[in-house]
Design a protein around this ligand. Structure first.
Ligand SMILES: [Zn+2]
Length: 189
């Protein structure tokens, strides 16, 4: 069987970053994965706290340690607080993948994009067709004339009989008259 391998390790880093980064072996990476698999939420929290404390220290030192994120490897601290008991960087400040844990926490949903998870029996409305209670926050129709099934439940909307061409024409006429009346009424104000 053909064995594929990188015969020139470090070449990428040399070309892109101008130096050869320290490379790690697959065995070391496996060890890291194993350690991570037993890490608890508390381990992750301690890791993040230690990381932030080092950045904080740099900020407090003054301009010599700024930008803080690029100097955190110069800050003192307790390496055993890190998940892998080593810092996520090398002595020169470059990233050490063996010390970087995978993202554990899913980023919170942006404000305004949350789903209405909390069930509130008081929030909602009755379907205007079958009177079935719909527990969703009421939402006004935006942009033009409100469709006549806007306040219907999903079932009623699905079972809504198709209008005949004649009915559609009639509806359009009603809408047109309403529009004209609306214009007249606002004009008289
Ligand atoms: Zn309904």
């Amino acid at each position: 069987m053909t064995q594929f391998g990188n015969r020139n390790p470090g070449v990428f880093d040399l070309k892109v970053y101008g130096n050869i980064s320290k490379v790690h072996t697959p065995e070391q990476m496996r060890e890291r994965d194993l350690l991570q698999s037993v890490a608890t939420d508390d381990d992750f929290r301690r890791h993040t706290a230690e990381y932030n404390a080092r950045v904080r220290w740099c900020i407090d030192q003054g301009p010599e340690y700024w930008p803080a994120h690029e100097n955190k490897h110069r800050a003192p601290g307790d390496d055993t607080n890190f998940i892998f008991k080593i810092p996520p960087w090398h002595a020169d400040g470059s990233v050490n993948p063996l010390g970087v844990p995978d993202n554990r926490f899913v980023e919170p949903v942006l404000p305004g994009f949350e789903l209405p998870i909390e069930y509130d029996s008081k929030t909602g409305w009755n379907c205007h067709k079958c009177q079935e209670w719909i527990s969703l926050p009421p939402r006004k129709f935006e942009g033009g004339v409100e469709p006549d099934d806007w306040w219907w439940c999903l079932t009623c909307r699905k079972n809504k009989p198709k209008l005949t061409a004649r009915q559609k024409k009639f509806q359009a006429e009603v809408a047109r008259i309403r529009d004209i009346r609306g214009l007249i009424n606002t004009g008289c104000d």
